[in-house]
Each structure stands twice: as C-alpha cells, then as structure tokens.
Ligand binder design. Structure first.
Ligand code: R5P
Length: 286
C-alpha cells in the first residue's frame, strides 16, 4: 500500500505518509501543450490511498486520472482521501432543474474507490451521497487545541451551519461559545448581527467557520464584533480557499489560521493527525 498524492495535496500527503509509515508513490504528472493533464505511476502498486481535493475543478480530473493510473499499476485496492470536498455546497436542488454537484462527484467516486474519507464535508446531506463507502473525519479537535493555545476568550461561529461545530471547538478549548445571526444577501454579501444579551466587549474572540471562500462571512462578522467592542478577532477555519486573495483581511481580522486541507499561506494547523488515526483504524480493522 502506498500514498499517492494528486497535484494539490502534496504537503498533507507527505505528513500523513510520515505519521502512518506508508511511503509516497512516485508519480509523473505534467501538462500537455493544450493544458490537459498527464498522470503516470513510476512504480507498480498493490494498493493505494489517493489524496486529492475536488477544488479547484482541475483537482477532479486529477483524482480520476490518478485512480486510473493506480489501477493500471496493478493496485487491487484503492482508497480516496478528499481533504476538501469542493462542490459540496450544492447538495440539493434549491431551485428546480439544478444539477446537484455533491451527488455527481459522490457517484463518480463510489464507483472507483472502496472507501472515501472526507475532512469536514459541508453538510450531512453531502456525506449521505457517499453512502456506506463514505467516512467523515472531523477537524474540530485540531482547531479547539489551537484556539486554546492562542489565548482566546470566547468562541464565535457566524451562523447556525457551524453552531454545533463551534460548540465542539469551545469544549476542547474550555471556553464559552456564541453563534451569530447571519443572513446571506448574495454570493459575496452577508448581514450579521450579535444575539441579544451577548457581550463581546474587550474579549479576545476566536471566530470559527468551516470555510473561507470569498471571505464575506468572516469579514462582516469581524466588523460587527469589533463595532461591538471585541478587542481581538482571531479567525480559524477548516478549509481556506481565499478565492479573492488574502490582502483584504488585514486590518479587519487580527490573525487567520486554517488547516492544511487546502494548502496556503495560513495553513498553520494540520489535520494529518486525525486523518492518520482514521486511516490507521480502517486499515487495521480491514
Ligand atoms: C456557509 O454556509 C459556510 O459555512 C461558510 O460560512 C461560507 O461558505 C463562507 O463563504 P464566504 O467566505 O464566501 O462568505
């Protein structure tokens, strides 16, 4: 069994490889002149754990070609780890005749892999599409430890979608937890209010969320917290996409920490420990 990284998860793959004592497979990955992806395993394999995000879009074709190369290299078993499952937010038809992207990707993966591990899928509905082959790995314990070590005084989640997770983070950190009220106005704009009776005055806040995409949620939440007297707003999230760059956060939040599900300038926390524990359990029990 070897770990086979796609092009977007090399850092995390190598940490998991060290923790599990499972070697990384050698892969030749390059682009043709027209930009199409070429993938070749440089060694035969008896089994593989393929690691790859479905974001950006190119990650999807990378996973599919890597899986094919792994099977062509002789693998009898193939497991998928998706650190960040992009396309998971469209997990239902919110309007008639829409494509349900979370289901489309899940159907593709269920066909090819014996088990599919996902770190913090956007919703239980998304996980359900993976059926009995799916297993979710949660990162709240990793975030909770960082929140505690950074000296925060209160955990805040921006909306109901992360309320329970915020509470779990606050339990690990030994702090109280508060959930804001958020209303999404458009893809990039949200309105946020602090619930009545909650005081954030002079507090060091750990603002937590599952992902930062445009940053609209985090920026608006931080502004409202500061307008209401918060002294410091430290941001923590599982998946940091930062689709419109990272410069706009300066001066509005005091720090940003993400996990390494998506590798970037703020991935200070690693999910390699919780991921390795789940993989070890599965491989051991198998
Ligand atoms: C919403 O349901 C999610 O939990 C995040 O709050 C949201 O997706 C973040 O997106 P953005 O950074 O674009 O506000």
């Amino acid at each position: 069994m070897k770990i086979v990284s796609t092009g977007n998860s090399e850092g995390l793959s190598s940490k998991i490889s060290s923790k599990l004592g499972i070697q990384l497979a050698r892969v030749n990955r390059r682009r043709f002149a027209d930009g199409e992806l070429y993938v070749k395993l440089e060694e035969p394999l008896d089994g593989a754990i393929v690691v790859g995000n479905t974001y950006p879009d190119s990650g999807i074709i990378d996973i599919l070609l890597t899986a094919d190369a792994v099977l062509n290299a002789g693998a009898k078993r193939i497991i998928l780890l998706v650190p960040y499952f992009g396309y998971a937010r469209q997990d239902a038809m919110f309007q008639e005749y829409e494509a349900i992207s979370a289901r489309v990707l899940s159907d593709l993966f269920r066909e090819k892999f014996e088990r599919i591990f996902v770190v913090n899928m956007h919703s239980p509905e998304g996980m359900a599409f993976l059926g009995s082959k799916g297993e979710e790995i949660r990162a709240e314990s990793v975030i909770g430890e960082q929140v505690r070590d950074d000296g925060n005084e209160m955990v805040v989640s921006p909306d109901d979608g992360f309320r329970e997770e915020g509470e779990n983070i606050s339990r690990v950190a030994g702090l109280e937890s508060v959930c804001l009220n958020k209303r999404r106005v458009s893809d990039t704009k949200v309105e946020v209010t602090i619930p009545q009776g909650v005081s954030v005055k002079d507090k060091v806040i750990a603002l937590t969320d599952d992902m930062i995409s445009t940053g609209g949620t985090i920026l608006e939440s931080s502004k409202v917290l500061k307008q209401n007297g918060a002294r410091v707003v430290n941001v923590y999230c599982v998946h940091g996409l930062f689709v419109s760059g990272t410069s706009k956060y300066a001066g509005i939040v005091d720090s940003i920490s993400t996990t390494d599900t998506v590798e970037g300038p703020f991935s200070k926390m690693t999910v390699s420990g919780v991921v390795s524990a789940s993989l070890r359990r599965y491989l051991g029990a198998d």
